[in-house]
Ligand binder design. Structure first.
Ligand SMILES: [Zn+2]
Length: 122
């Protein structure tokens, strides 16, 4: 088993960076970036084991988007049941018009806090 992947970005080997230069003398190339597996300890489900960066990831997605969405088509919206709680609380805001010596000042007001709560679906 190899412990590296080649970046899957379709244009990775065309980006002009020093890290991609390989070869010697007048026989040089730009090569796809070689990625060590697990380099970010599975961060973001290990997506960075396959792409050297955002640019290559999005190049890949743009090129293959039709086939990617065909893997799990979505014909209708999904919904998650929730409870929405609203509560009033005392806060302050900046008043820029009526301050002493025309300086902004904090004034009290009743604010509303909206909290989204999960609902147990069982
Ligand atoms: Zn790349």
């Amino acid at each position: 088993m190899t412990d590296y992947n080649w970046c899957h970005g379709p244009e990775c080997h065309t980006k002009q960076t020093q890290s991609r230069i390989r070869g010697s003398g007048t026989n040089k190339v730009l090569r796809t970036i070689k990625i060590k597996q697990g380099r970010y300890n599975g961060y973001q489900n290990g997506i960075w084991d396959y792409f050297c960066g955002n640019h290559c990831l999005f190049d890949f997605i743009r090129l293959h988007k039709d086939r990617i969405v065909a893997l799990a088509p979505r014909s209708k919206a999904l919904e998650t049941p929730i409870k929405v709680e609203k509560e009033k609380y005392e806060s302050t805001r900046w008043d820029f018009n009526n301050g002493i010596d025309n300086r902004p000042q904090r004034v009290p007001y009743m604010a509303t806090r909206t909290t989204i709560k999960s609902v147990d679906n069982d």
